[in-house]
Design a protein around this ligand. Structure first.
Ligand SMILES: [Zn+2]
Length: 113
């Protein structure tokens, strides 16, 4: 499922138009046409980038990143954050939460100590 031209084609047209506008510096009207083409390509690239941000993060059904993310979410859901762990010896410098060494990041603010 494709919508619109591919980004590599847009970048190529953008660069060629910019170079052509430099080459046609002595012809103001031709130069303007190439500059407008470059501006249109630039705007289409921006629109494409904004649309790609709205799309689903994982489009590949066999991507293991999604499975890992679900597993991490379940692990975080099982952790009781209010319980002080045995051997809790790490104080988070960001939020002051005390947690054990088995956590790679602070369970409270999810930042690395
Ligand atoms: Zn923290």
């Amino acid at each position: 499922m494709r919508d619109g031209p591919r980004p590599t084609v847009l970048v190529a047209i953008f660069l060629v138009s910019l170079i052509a506008s430099i080459g046609f510096a002595g012809f103001p009207y031709v130069r303007t046409v190439f500059l407008v083409a470059a501006a249109i390509c630039f705007m289409l690239l921006g629109v494409g980038l904004m649309r790609s941000g709205d799309r689903a993060k994982y489009r590949d059904p066999y991507d293991l990143g999604l499975l890992r993310e679900i597993d991490e979410q379940e692990q975080w859901a099982q952790v009781d954050e209010t319980e002080l762990q045995n051997g809790a010896d790490i104080v988070c410098p960001h939020c002051g939460h005390v947690f054990g060494g088995r956590f790679p990041v602070c369970p409270s603010c999810k930042r690395s100590p």
